[in-house]
Design a protein around this ligand. Structure first.
Ligand code: URA
Length: 224
């Protein structure tokens, strides 16, 4: 089916949009297409809007509380995530869980975790702008449905994928930014912390400790 046919089918008022995922990534998936994350998940599992869909074992949609006040957005699935279908379950994810637990936040109850792209890029490379754009409507729907008060963007790719800001993470981490009326904070990606073990004042781990405490204070404030 060519992309003009897909677009006209998708736009037909009597057509159930959920029955068709436009494989042409230029065709948007409109806001409001899904009424729940459960509806969105099979679309991601069958998605071929970009080439990452060709080699996946599982599309990795999200984990945690679908009504959480905090959403954490990572870059994209790695091998463990591709195999299990769950985000941040490898070494980075275990560290992320520990960081959250250090301020009494439970990944299962207080947080919803997902990624900029749902399918694993080969060799864990950074997703291309086209791959990020193809997947973005799913992420925007996840944000709309979960409706978090706080969004944590782990690493430069997550920041770029959401806000378009291409600055290095070291420059912008720890600062609250307003994105579409939501409070967002760029933070280091846990895999960066795994590569930098120092806990000295000013080190990435020390800075993460400052950031997660600021996040917890804001969380306590917005949840009353
Ligand atoms: N790194 C990410 O950015 N996301 C994952 O799900 C796992 C590792």
């Amino acid at each position: 089916m060519n992309s003009d046919t897909q677009l006209s089918l998708f736009n037909e008022s009597n057509f159930n949009q959920k029955d068709l995922i436009p494989t042409d990534a230029k065709i948007p998936i409109p806001s409001g297409t899904y009424t729940s994350l459960t509806e969105l998940t099979p679309h991601c599992q069958n998605c071929h809007r970009c080439e990452l869909g060709e080699n996946r074992t599982h599309a990795v949609v999200g984990r945690g509380n679908p009504q959480a006040k905090i959403m954490i957005i990572g870059e994209g699935p790695g091998q463990n995530e591709d195999e299990t279908g769950l985000p941040f379950v490898g070494k980075s994810g275990q560290l992320l869980d520990k960081i959250l637990a250090s301020v009494n936040l439970s990944t299962e109850h207080d947080v919803y975790i997902c990624n900029i792209v749902k399918c694993r890029p080969p060799e864990n490379r950074v997703p291309t702008p086209e791959e990020m754009a193809a997947c973005k409507p799913y992420l925007l729907e996840q944000i709309r449905l979960v409706d978090p008060k706080i969004i944590l963007l782990t690493g430069a790719t997550a920041v770029k994928g959401i806000t378009g800001n291409k600055q290095g993470i070291t420059k912008i981490r720890g600062q609250w930014i307003d994105w579409e009326g939501r409070l967002c904070m760029p933070i280091f990606h846990p895999s960066y912390l795994l590569r930098n073990s120092s806990r000295e004042k000013g080190s990435p781990k020390w800075l993460m400790w400052q950031d997660i405490q600021a996040v917890k204070a804001k969380y306590d404030e917005v949840t009353g």
